[in-house]
Design a protein around this ligand. Structure first.
Ligand code: HEM
Length: 507
């Protein structure tokens, strides 16, 4: 009996050892991929490849990619290969290659590397869809974001700006350190809630308003959720096989009810409003955004766009304003110079903050660009190769299906383009200085036909928020802020660890 057990046990050990050896051999063979394709690569480690800290939830993906960029750049590479588990990704450094992939040869790189479970509702949105479906949807939605449409929404935004003033005054009176991101997230929640859903969210009046709670829920990623996402893009076939779903029922219910109620109310009462929802309703009813005949959107597609506008709209812009105020709080002279510009431009416009007065603030633009360089909310983006593609002037073919990573933050911190890259210096974005750089050395909104569709909207609401605060308050950094800044490892967009705390003084 004992001998049999020993024998069986011995067999089991042999099987386990054989499996282990086979797995390691398989991993090692996978790690030859870039060598076989003639692309220089950073040495991966079994089993995580080059992204161990990201997989373990210890580092933000954009920051890890910035490190990878620096390592490759120090070796003089123009491009390079990495691995996430066994999945190879192609990293581009050379800005001409970036330009080719994002614009000139875009037809080879039209898609994003996303995993979509066809059965999950609210997935058919612009960020996720691919191929002809994306092209059609993008063409339909693009007229929603023209400067004319933005001008039309300005009044809706301006209402929220008054609530921001009221809330800021209350915070100021408390004479306590201010968690500025929270206030700004409430401000952008109000704006996007109003513009995307036609609702008064009252987030500035109540930190725990329904919409603000919903926004927090959407952006807080648990360890399990972030692992599931990484697993799905790394092993899409396996994810499909096990029918991996990201559906969060409470989010689906909240949005579907909201969209259905809004549409029903507007259609029953013949009510129209100058907002995104109206433009989406027009598309649902076979009209393009300007009311001409078009191919219609389903209710699920309307809801999917609304949720992505909401998600992309409030967090990115509040992040931008938060980091801008932090940098201004650290750089008193720059803050003073910007306030002088705000005062003098507003004087010229009879003290009114209008769409045109905001466009006149040149230095504000520079401050925003420099903030987006140092703290780009979308610190990386990707494309998926959809047809074999030969890299010009190299004996390298990128295979169909390969993920291409664009290290936005790595490029933004490259000394070759930005000497003393850690320094906050808006002069880098003066007209003369901008001309001296490659166009693709700055791309906080991505680039090419698949760049950020909401750029104008995001910039407008961020400028409005900053002008509104800076004309009335002077900011300094409170010691509660953890410095030097660290970024949260598991968050959809760049966010400071421990939040940014400011002191405010009336000007
Ligand atoms: C400061 C604010 C914002 C920043 C920094 C930002 C950044 C980005 C970046 C980096 C991308 C990827 C672009 C690429 O892959 O080339 C993107 C895509 C996108 N953004 Fe934004 N964004 C902002 C605001 C907004 C707003 C306000 C909206 C909507 C109301 C929005 C909607 C989108 C959508 C739908 C896409 C996907 C576009 C497509 O695939 O066709 N974003 N954004």
């Amino acid at each position: 009996m004992f001998a049999l057990g020993f024998l069986l046990g011995g067999k089991l050990v042999s099987v386990v050892v054989a499996l282990l050896v086979a797995t390691i051999a398989f991993w090692k063979w996978k790690y030859q991929y870039w060598k076989r394709r003639n692309v220089p690569y950073l040495e991966p480690r079994i089993p995580f490849g080059n992204m161990e800290e990201v997989i373990r939830g210890k580092k933000f993906a954009g920051i890890r990619l910035k490190e990878i960029y620096n390592e490759m750049k120090s070796k003089g590479w123009r491009h390079g290969g990495i691995y996430t588990f066994t999945k190879p990704s192609y990293v581009i450094l050379d800005l001409d290659y970036v330009r080719n992939i994002m614009t000139k040869d875009f037809k080879y790189f039209m898609d994003r590397d996303v995993y979509v479970n066809e059965n999950d509702p609210l997935q058919a949105h612009l960020v996720n869809v691919s191929g002809a479906r994306w092209r059609n949807l993008r063409a339909k939605l693009t007229p929603t974001f023209t400067s004319g449409k933005m001008k039309g929404m300005f009044q809706v935004m301006a209402e929220s700006q008054k609530d921001l003033q009221t809330r800021m005054y209350e915070e100021y009176k408390k004479n306590r350190p201010i968690n500025i991101k929270e206030i700004l997230a409430c401000f952008t929640t109000n704006i996007i809630g109003s513009c995307a859903f036609g609702l008064e969210c009252k987030a500035l009046e109540d930190d725990n308003s329904e919409f603000r709670l919903f926004g927090r829920k959407m952006f807080a990623m648990t360890r399990l959720q972030s692992f599931k996402r990484l697993f799905a893009v790394t092993f899409p076939k396996l994810a499909k096989f096990v029918n991996l779903s990201f559906k969060r029922q409470e989010i689906v219910d909240f949005i579907m009810n909201l969209v259905q109620d809004t549409i029903e109310y507007r259609e029953k009462n013949n009510y129209t409003r100058n907002d995104f929802m109206q433009l989406l309703i027009n598309l649902k009813n076979d009209k393009d955004v300007d009311g001409h005949d078009a191919q219609s959107l389903s209710i699920d597609e309307v809801a999917s766009q609304a949720i992505v506008f909401f998600a992309a709209g409030f967090e990115t812009s509040s992040t931008l304003m938060t980091f801008a105020l932090y940098e201004l709080a650290k750089n008193e002279d720059i803050q003073k110079k910007l306030r002088q510009e705000i005062d003098s431009v507003l004087d010229k416009h009879n003290g009114q903050m209008t769409y045109d007065s905001i466009q006149d603030m040149k230095y504000l633009n520079q401050v925003i660009d420099e903030t987006l360089r140092l703290h780009p909310p979308g610190s990386l983006t990707d494309r998926k190769c959809i047809e074999d593609y030969k890299i010009p002037d190299q004996d390298v073919v990128i295979e169909k299906g390969t993920t291409v990573l664009i290290p936005i933050m790595g490029i933004h911190y490259d000394e070759e383009y930005y000497p003393e890259p850690e320094k906050f210096d808006p002069e880098r974005f003066s007209d003369e200085n901008k001309k001296t750089r490659h166009n693709f050395a700055f791309m906080p909104f991505g680039e090419g036909p698949r760049n950020c569709i909401g750029m104008r909207f995001g910039l407008l609401q961020s400028k409005m928020g900053l002008v509104s605060l800076l004309k009335n308050y002077k900011f300094t950094v409170n010691k509660k802020t953890v410095e030097p800044l660290q970024y949260q490892p598991r968050h959809f967009v760049l966010a400071a660890q421990g939040e940014i705390w400011l002191n405010a003084e009336k000007v």
